[in-house]
Design a protein around this ligand. Structure first.
Ligand code: AMP
Length: 529
């Protein structure tokens, strides 16, 4: 996209009042002034008020500065949902550093790619979480790269009592505030530059649409770093309104149900598979869900039976949300019937949002016609971070972002997602690109050729199925998962199913014929191993 278009859009969002002259550091300061002694964040072991969070942000900003981290430096944070996540995040904002929001499920491959793309000054993680030792990533990806490394518990052992000199932070509202990570339409996630002004506007607007206020108690049930939980309206939206954030550390259904009762949670955000498991569990588990008013559900396709069961068993309203870390959000109306809520993704949240459907010829399609969903608006990005090849693929000259989603918009302005234009597997909201796994599988001497496809699954939306051609009888599901894991592939990308075949069907140009492969799996023409 040309720089004039970017400049004109930026001027429009400033002049029309979408963007405020505020950074995330300013936002916390004004929350502390307004909501002082109210609890901002709690987890199973501790809590902080808005004032305490503001003071901690100052002290740890001074600590990071004393460790050589400067305003504008990128810092990867890979932390579980916790009070510490909030303190470290806002200390970096206070300093003017730019957090790279890695998910706890990211492994060597993803972290190495973030280090390469963002040249971060530091990587901050815990020692272990949910059975994974992060030392492996530290030793194999971080050491020797010039990127510093901190374990969170070491940071909190430091007696951080030096005042922070705010003149060290030279960031302004239009600067990049965080680097989000994409759902992974290429081999590894792309970095998404979200500015202070656009991301705060997104969270504030979304919080208004959801009716958040000082009585809001938001449960961070999915990873806090993920765009949906972070700012759609998530933890940032809750803070802007002076509500309380409850961090679910493990994200297991029993923890979620227990926290809803204990902390009187009234709103949370989930992917459909988690919603389904929680509502199943609520059916037979003794739990108090009387405070719960709304569950926002997004990230992958929601079905009507899952929605109905959730509303019945959790006793709350389910609203469907469409979101991408790249920007634009939609949400179903609060008073929409259950059938339509499950059947569409709702309306855009801002009058500045532009949703268009592009036909195969590159024209804009009329209402009701299907095509690729294009997005532009005050909080939709206009480029990726340091990635001109992805920019050329994903952005039109007029600034529209190509989502890769197939969709249509109805006469009421509701978005309907109907599938993907680009090849991608959506497994319980996690996005997996088959080519990433295929390349690694094809490297294995025991495997002659491979193809990876999604197979429909009621709970997850899709399961990951690897189809392999091999003579070795010991190649099976456990072998393939172990091999991919040893090559640094994240756990959420590991195949659920492995099929063996004598030959991968190919298209005319010699690529695996994914449609035919899916048909062969469905017709049980392959051997499951
Ligand atoms: P991410 O960047 O990981 O949040 O993934 C964004 C992608 O998730 C979108 O481009 C869609 O493909 C998918 N997605 C998000 N919300 C929904 C939804 N409500 N229904 C279907 N797919 C969705």
């Amino acid at each position: 996209m040309n720089d004039d278009v970017k400049r004109l859009l930026q001027e429009k969002y400033i002049n029309e009042g979408y963007w405020k002259q505020e950074t995330f550091s300013d936002m916390l300061r004004s929350c502390a002034e307004k909501y002082g002694d109210k609890t901002a964040i709690c987890d199973s072991g501790s809590s902080v008020t808005y004032s305490e969070l503001d003071r901690s942000a100052d002290r740890y900003a001074a600590f990071f500065l004393s460790e050589g981290i400067r305003s504008g430096d990128r810092v990867i944070i890979q932390l579980p949902n916790s009070v510490e996540f909030g303190v470290i995040l806002f200390s970096l904002f206070r300093l003017g550093a730019v957090p790279v929001l890695a998910l706890h499920t990211h492994r060597k491959k993803e972290i190495a790619s973030f280090i390469e793309a963002a040249s971060p000054a530091a990587y901050i993680t815990v020692r272990s979480h949910l059975g994974f030792e992060y030392e492996e990533i530290v030793n194999e990806c971080v050491k020797g790269t010039g990127c510093r490394h901190f374990y969170a518990d070491e940071i909190f052992k430091v007696k951080a009592d030096t005042a922070f000199d705010s003149s060290e932070n030279d960031r302004i509202f239009t600067d990049i505030a965080v680097l989000q990570v994409s759902g992974g339409t290429t081999d590894v996630p792309k970095l998404i530059p979200r500015t202070n002004a656009d991301y705060i506007y997104d969270a504030r607007t979304f919080a208004e649409v959801c009716g958040m206020n000082e009585d809001t108690v938001f449960l961070a049930a999915i990873p806090a770093s993920h765009n949906f939980c972070f700012a759609n309206p998530g933890i940032i939206g809750t803070m802007i309104c002076g509500g309380k954030i409850v961090m679910a550390k493990n994200g297991s259904p029993d923890e979620i149900l227990e926290l809803i009762g204990r902390e009187r949670v009234n709103i949370t955000a989930m992917v459909p598979s988690l919603l389904s498991i929680c509502s199943e569990m609520a059916e037979w588990e003794e739990c108090d869900l009387s405070s719960l008013e709304t569950v926002l559900v997004g990230g992958s396709l929601l079905t009507y039976p899952v929605l109905l069961k959730a509303e019945e068993n959790l006793g709350c309203k389910v609203r469907q949300v469409y979101g991408t870390a790249e920007g634009l959000n939609t949400i179903t109306d609060a008073d929409m019937c259950a059938e339509l809520t499950a059947g569409c993704q709702g309306k855009k949240i801002s009058s500045g949002d532009e949703m268009m459907i592009e036909t195969a010829d590159g024209d804009f399609a009329p209402c009701g016609e299907e095509g690729e969903l294009l997005l532009r608006g005050p909080y939709t990005i206009r480029n990726y971070y340091n990635n001109p090849a992805a920019d050329a693929d994903s952005f039109r000259d007029d600034g529209f972002y190509r989502t890769g989603d197939r969709a249509f918009i109805d006469t009421e302005g509701n978005l309907h997602i109907t599938g993907r234009v680009k090849e991608q597997i959506n497994r319980a909201g996690e996005k997996i690109m088959p080519s990433e796994l295929e390349r690694i599988l094809d490297d294995n001497e025991e495997i002659e050729r491979s193809a990876v496809v999604g197979v429909p699954d009621e709970l997850m939306g899709n399961k990951i199925c690897a189809v392999v051609v091999t003579d070795n009888a010991s190649v099976d599901l456990a072998y393939i998962r172990g091999y991919l894991e040893s090559r640094g592939v994240a756990a959420y990308k590991l195949p659920d199913i492995v099929m063996k075949t004598r030959q991968i069907p190919l298209t005319a140009v010699g690529k695996p014929d994914k449609k035919k492969i899916a048909d062969m799996i469905e017709n049980e023409e392959m051997e499951r191993i």
